[in-house]
Write a protein that binds this ligand. Structure first.
Ligand code: FAD
Ligand code: NAP
Length: 559
């Protein structure tokens, strides 16, 4: 175990060496720290925020809430933690998830290895020393053999680039950098830009406070009711008694949530049965449930349309003004091919007198003025505050922000200029000993992410143990394995409707970003099987360097 620190005399630079550096202290970074430290490695976590929580630290906007049930969206690594923690609601609100993560950090004494307020601004692999040299915005340098990027798929927020924003006399906010003290919108005219999962949660809450709220919508999204309820002691006890089997079912499921799938095609059941199935799932609530109503919802356009029509009909029945209802009906993408939104009273909110939906699809925001927002056709809206719920440079943004530089000076941003390339979403060639948690090419954002995070951390830990056992210190995927995995990912995606949506899954939300479908759609359970098979066959597809420098391909067979 290596652990060294020294301060360079006469300079700002502090260098510290450990075995493993983790960047990020959200769900992924915290579990990586726990797991890797328990293996006896020295480890430092670098986190730009001043506390743990990641997503749940930054996104404290009104209405922020989980779209996966609390008892599923939680760690499974510690049966004691699982048993002792009490959730209060079926779908936990942001403060409760943040409280949980703070509890985890304290309970497992994680904070002593986390350096807060450290943004990683550079990370370079030094081939001679076989070390990662990591720089922070504090002028420090950290050195480690292994680098784990737990930087999050949805942590690099898009900046609002609207002409004239700097002239706005009111206050503006980004939902992913929400003021910790909260914001009181009482008596204000508020504009909100965006209608993704974030906005759909925030709009009903802000509408209750503000004098008036204008929702600037470019593209409508499908949303289903959460049917949130308080969790009773009985509900919790019941789940806690069957937790091990439930967790295992989640690990082997399609989305990391053990929803009972209907194995029938939507096309082979009678219309009344279709309606009964959809009614039951709509009533049950939650996004994963309705997408599992039939076996082919995400594969067959006709099956998908049946479910999409059902939701569109619900929108029309809920929203009284039919013009507004029609504006809220999505037609541009098959349902489920963007992460389905889960809401509390979203569509109902448009029945309030103080809520106006503004269609900016063909009449975009031309400028933010000193008084509010002006559209291309000259229409102006006087606003006291603007909320930008405009999303993230997903999956690759936070990795690029670290300026990762691998073998031969290869920059990750250059290597992935035409789209991310990984082996299993976990590693990428030319970047030895770099591990990506929930990276592109893994199910990650298509799943209950805590399940995917735990699986990745476990897999990485086993690999580190394997390497230690073999006396091997450097690992990197082969080009053939990476190419094979990319082809497999593309092939599986092409058999689904997913690539039809222009979304952050495909990079379409970021101007200039290559259009590539980034997550792996093969399902959480199937993916886990593949990763296990790779490990069991001696890490097929990975190339190991031995201490003396000879490169040893794994004897295994690439899946
Ligand atoms: P994050 O929680 O994003 O943590 C990454 C951390 O890395 C952050 O703290 C960040 O500050 C830090 N970091 C990044 N770059 C650097 C750097 N260069 N230097 C230092 N620190 C850095 N998923 C679900 O499955 N269900 C949900 O209901 C759900 N709801 C969500 C709601 C919102 C509003 C958002 C944005 C995402 C949601 N997600 C949800 C996805 C969510 O991101 C994951 O579930 C999970 O929290 C990711 O954990 P993580 O640790 O991988 O990443
Ligand atoms: P998002 O889904 O990318 O939505 C961003 C919204 O902003 C879209 O409606 C987009 O319109 C709009 N937009 C972006 N730039 C714009 C511009 N210049 N002018 C006008 N409109 C603009 O981002 P998000 O809502 O933050 O959600 C991202 C992901 O985070 C979700 O998909 C989900 O995975 C996760 N999340 C989950 C929850 C939850 O329920 N637990 C809550 C929040 C977030 P276009 O569609 O036209 O681009």
């Amino acid at each position: 175990m290596i652990s060294r620190a020294h301060r360079n005399v006469g300079s700002q630079l502090t260098t510290a060496e450990v075995d493993v550096i983790v960047v990020g202290a959200g769900f992924a970074g915290l579990y990586a720290l726990y797991e890797v430290r328990n293996l006896g490695y020295s480890i430092t976590v670098l986190e730009q925020a001043d506390n743990v929580g990641g997503t749940w630290y930054w996104n404290s906007y009104p209405g922020a809430r989980c779209d996966v049930e609390s008892m599923d969206y939680s760690y499974s690594f510690s049966p004691e933690l699982e048993q002792e923690w009490q959730w209060t609601e079926r779908y936990p609100a942001q403060p409760e998830v943040l409280h949980y993560l703070n509890h985890v950090a304290d309970r497992f004494d994680l904070r002593r290895d986390i350096r807060f307020k450290r943004r990683v601004i550079g990370a370079r692999y030094d081939e001679d020393s076989e070390r990662w040299i990591v720089r922070t915005d504090k002028g420090e340098q950290y050195v480690a053999r292994y680098l784990i990027a737990a930087t999050g798929c949805l942590s690099s927020r898009l900046k609002p680039h609207f002409n004239g924003l700097e002239t706005f006399r009111g206050r503006w906010y980004h939902t992913a950098a929400w003021p910790r003290a909260g914001v009181d919108f009482a008596g204000m005219s508020v504009g909100i830009v965006g209608t993704g999962s974030t906005a759909i949660q925030a709009i009903p809450q802000v509408a209750r406070q503000a004098d008036h709220i204008y929702v600037f919508q470019r593209t409508p999204n499908f949303s289903v009711p959460a049917r949130n309820v308080p969790l009773t002691d009985d509900m919790q006890r019941n789940m806690k008694e069957r937790y091990p089997a439930h967790r295992e079912a989640a690990r082997r499921s399609a989305f990391g949530v053990p929803v009972v799938p209907n194995e029938q095609s939507a096309l082979e059941v009678a219309p009344e049965q279709v309606k009964a199935e959809l009614d039951a799932r709509w009533q049950h609530g939650g996004g994963a449930s309705i997408l599992r109503a039939f076996a082919d919802v995400l594969q067959d356009e006709r099956a998908n349309t049946i479910v999409a029509d059902y939701v569109r009909e619900k929108i029309r029945r809920t929203v009284r003004d039919q013009r507004t209802a029609e504006m809220l009906c999505p037609y541009d993408h098959p349902i489920g091919t963007k992460r389905i939104c889960v809401d509390i009273s979203y569509y109902e909110t448009y029945n309030r007198e103080n809520v106006t939906l503004v269609d900016i699809r063909n009449n975009p925001i031309e400028a933010v003025t000193s008084d509010g927002v002006r559209l291309e056709n000259g229409e102006a809206f006087a606003l006291d505050a603007i909320i930008f719920a405009i999303g993230f440079d997903a999956m690759t943004g936070a990795l690029f922000d670290m300026n990762l530089c691998g073998r031969d000076g290869v920059r990750l941003a250059d290597k992935w200029a035409e789209g991310p390339k990984t082996y299993l979403g976990l590693m990428t060639t030319s970047f030895p000993n770099l591990f990506l948690i929930t990276g592109p090419g893994s199910p990650s954002v298509l799943s209950n992410m805590v399940v995917s995070i735990e699986q990745h951390v476990d897999w990485i830990s086993h690999l580190l143990e394997h390497m230690r056992g073999q006396g091997v210190t450097v690992v990197e995927p082969t080009h053939a394995a990476e190419k094979g995995w990319a082809e497999h990912c593309a092939e599986v995606a092409s058999g689904t409707l997913y690539p039809r949506a222009r979304s952050w899954y495909t990079g379409h939300n970021v101007p200039g970003k290559p259009s590539v479908f980034m997550p792996y759609v093969g399902g959480v359970g199937n993916y886990r099987d593949t990763c296990e098979q790779v490990a069991q066959t001696g890490y097929a597809g990975l190339l190991f360097d031995q201490n003396e420098g000879s490169r040893v391909p794994s004897p295994g067979v690439v899946p």
